[in-house]
Design a protein around this ligand. Structure first.
Ligand SMILES: Cc1cc2nc3c(=O)[nH]c(=O)nc-3n(C[C@H](O)[C@H](O)[C@H](O)COP(=O)(O)O)c2cc1C
Length: 213
């Protein structure tokens, strides 16, 4: 190996180590979801509603973990079962979380948040003014590369699968004293660009979550 090749290899090794380090700090491990407590189901159903006034108070990591687990977390580890059903269990809906510190992708199997964009994109998640005040906007994204085995209208199926997740969020919020509203009113193109979505990924709905004002 000549001097030049050795130098190049050293640079490549350095860049690789920087990248690996960067990947490590880009993943936030969430606390284990607390599956006890909350209001009983019938009471949560009684209190479920859409709210459009949010405090800017942040949600704790525990509340974020509980919220995402309720939305579509893993509730049967052996079979990789989730709290929300999906057609043929394809689990094609991903939950992105837009916060003041960046856009994250919820990984239900690692119970972690993976940083996607290190910018506050909350404002782009909707056209209503509360979206930039609330601490969290969830974005439900279908990955149609995962739905090849499905027959029928894949868009309708993705809409149904998203509906279950959204209702889980509504019920968790009602049960925990949080405010929420599901939203279909947003600029799909602008939001997809801000989220750096790949071909095959399509935003179905968004949902704002926070404490009442
Ligand atoms: C598919 C869908 C899209 C919606 N989009 C919006 C929206 O963009 N903005 C909004 O403020 N509410 C939105 N909503 C909330 C509805 O307006 C709300 O559910 C309805 O008025 C009934 O009120 P409730 O949820 O309190 O029962 C949407 C609801 C659904 C199911």
């Amino acid at each position: 190996m000549n001097k030049k090749t050795g130098f190049l290899i050293a640079i490549i090794m350095f860049l690789l180590s920087v990248n690996i380090f960067a990947q490590e700090i880009k993943s936030i491990k969430l606390p284990l979801p607390d599956t006890r407590g909350g209001k009983p189901l019938m009471q949560a159903l009684k209190e479920r509603k859409s709210s459009r006034e949010f405090s800017n108070k942040l949600l704790s990591p525990q509340v974020i973990s509980d919220l995402l687990w309720a939305a579509a977390g893993v509730n049967r580890v052996e079979s990789k079962g989730r709290t929300a059903p999906s057609a043929m269990n394809v689990q094609e809906i991903d939950i992105y979380v837009a916060t003041h510190s960046g856009l994250y992708l919820y990984d239900p199997f690692k119970n972690s948040l993976e940083l996607i964009v290190a910018e506050d994109i909350r404002e782009v998640t909707g056209t209503q003014s509360f979206v930039k005040e609330a601490p969290i906007n969830l974005i439900f994204v279908a990955d149609f590369l995962r739905t090849e085995e499905l027959e029928g209208n894949k868009e309708s199926i993705a809409a149904c699968d998203t509906g279950f997740i959204s209702q889980n969020v509504y019920l968790y919020c009602a049960s925990s004293g949080l405010s929420t509203v599901v939203r279909g009113w947003f600029d799909k193109k602008e939001l997809s660009r801000a989220m750096k979505l790949k071909p095959g990924q399509k935003i179905i709905l968004t949902q704002t979550v926070g404490y009442p004002k």
